[in-house]
Design a binder for this molecule. Structure first.
Ligand code: GLY
Length: 398
């Protein structure tokens, strides 16, 4: 539905408005755009490089059970529900695009290398059992029987057959194609500022000065969501960048199968994981660093990852190292995403997915489409409504 409102600059022709404008073409923005366009709304995405962002770095673990943390019960329910939707979501995306997304229901093995690690894993196992989750305690020998490349010193582990993986790069590439086929329009520019008219968000000003208009705007810019000009302070999502360094290695055919499932551990308090893909890629991650916008790959980060991975799987030093990279997780004060309408009419957010962006993609797409198409935020997303961080909500809960 075209709008005729003049641009703030007046320097360019006003753009035709769309129903929904998504700011951010990362995995969350793309999935939201795709699902929404499937419902018949006109959708545009603003991003200089759609398909980029944190998903280009992420390992793609779908680890609702092995990444369970104390105090995150509500998030667990959301994570499990999204994991449940993954097989259908992947199959639909593959069917629609003809592109494989690398969904692999391979399970996960979390192991302990010393008595401190084992105590930590025992705690996690107890928490998983209290939460009604399926996981099985294994001796060190049983772990090595499952994964013969594990170090002889492995002291025990947790077998979690329900935690799988997907290839985030393939997934984002398929989402770009799916969006194009569903008629989503891409604007390959930075969004500079939200435009607000009266008490309503009405569009976006691009870095080149052009204005785009829309009935509804979704802020899905990951860590950058906090930096969009023009967003009133009380609705700015409280996201911060949390740096993760990650490595990619290749398993030559002569070494295959190197690992048959995701293997992870906590070594010296740091989390390490090895995610083996069907195509021979082996992803090793990840550091977690509060360093602002820094995406430098450091010798120290690579050293720590290789050192810990080598303790876990000594044979890793034989493999070619093909890539080192750092990305930014969008962290929030409670480690959970912000989903749905904000206090500013016309503006919704889908950001702050922190460690679970890839895992939460199918569910985010569904709940955002529901909010955009029907004006209803589904029950499962209600605990994650953005207003939980607004100053007013905090006054009431004090
Ligand atoms: N979920 C894995 C990570 O954030 O490193």
């Amino acid at each position: 539905m075209p709008r005729t409102r003049a641009t703030a600059q007046g320097a360019h022709e006003p753009s035709r408005g769309v129903d929904v404008l998504v700011i951010g073409g990362g995995i969350i923005g793309l999935a939201t755009a795709w699902r929404t366009a499937q419902h018949g709304l006109s959708v545009a995405v603003v991003d200089p490089t759609p398909g980029g962002g944190a998903a280009q770095v992420a390992a793609g673990m779908l680890a609702a059970v092995t990444e369970l943390h104390y105090g995150e019960q509500a998030l667990l329910a959301l994570n499990l529900e999204s994991a449940r939707r993954y097989p259908d979501f992947s199959a639909e995306l593959e069917e629609c695009t003809g592109q494989e997304v690398g969904y692999r229901p391979c399970g996960t093995l979390a192991v302990a290398l010393d008595s401190d690690d084992r105590a930590h894993l025992r705690e996690l196992h107890a928490l998983q059992q209290r939460s009604g989750l399926e996981s099985q305690w294994l001796s060190g020998r049983e772990c090595r029987r499952l994964e013969p490349m594990l170090a002889p010193g492995v002291r025990g582990g947790l077998r979690v057959d329900g935690d799988h993986q997907v290839d985030p790069r393939r997934l984002t590439s398929a989402l770009v194609t799916a969006c194009e086929r569903a008629g989503v329009v891409f604007h390959h520019h930075w969004a500079q500022a939200l435009t607000v008219h009266g008490d309503r968000a009405v569009g976006v000003r691009l870095a080149d000065g052009r204005e785009l208009h829309a009935e509804q705007i979704v802020l899905a810019g990951g860590s950058y969501s906090r930096d969009l000009e023009g967003v009133p302070p009380h609705v700015l999502p409280p996201v911060r960048p949390v740096k993760g360094q990650i490595l990619r290695l290749t398993v030559p055919a002569a070494f295959a199968p190197f690992l048959s499932r995701t293997v992870r551990a906590v070594v010296r308090g740091g989390s390490i994981y090895l995610v083996p893909r069907q195509d021979g890629e082996l992803v090793v991650g990840a550091t977690s660093e509060e360093l602002g916008w820094d995406t430098t790959v450091t010798a120290g980060g690579v050293y720590e990852l290789l050192r810990d991975a080598h303790e876990l799987v000594p044979g890793i030093t034989e493999l070619p190292l093909v890539e080192t990279r750092a990305g930014l997780r969008p962290g929030t004060p409670d480690n959970a995403p912000l989903l749905g309408p904000t206090a500013l009419p016309g503006l919704l957010v889908a950001t702050g997915h922190y460690r679970n962006g890839v895992l939460l993609t199918p569910l985010t797409a569904d709940v955002m489409a529901s909010a955009l198409v029907c004006g209803v935020l589904p029950d499962e997303a209600l605990p994650f409504a953005p207003h939980r961080f607004s100053p007013l909500a905090q006054e009431h809960s004090a």
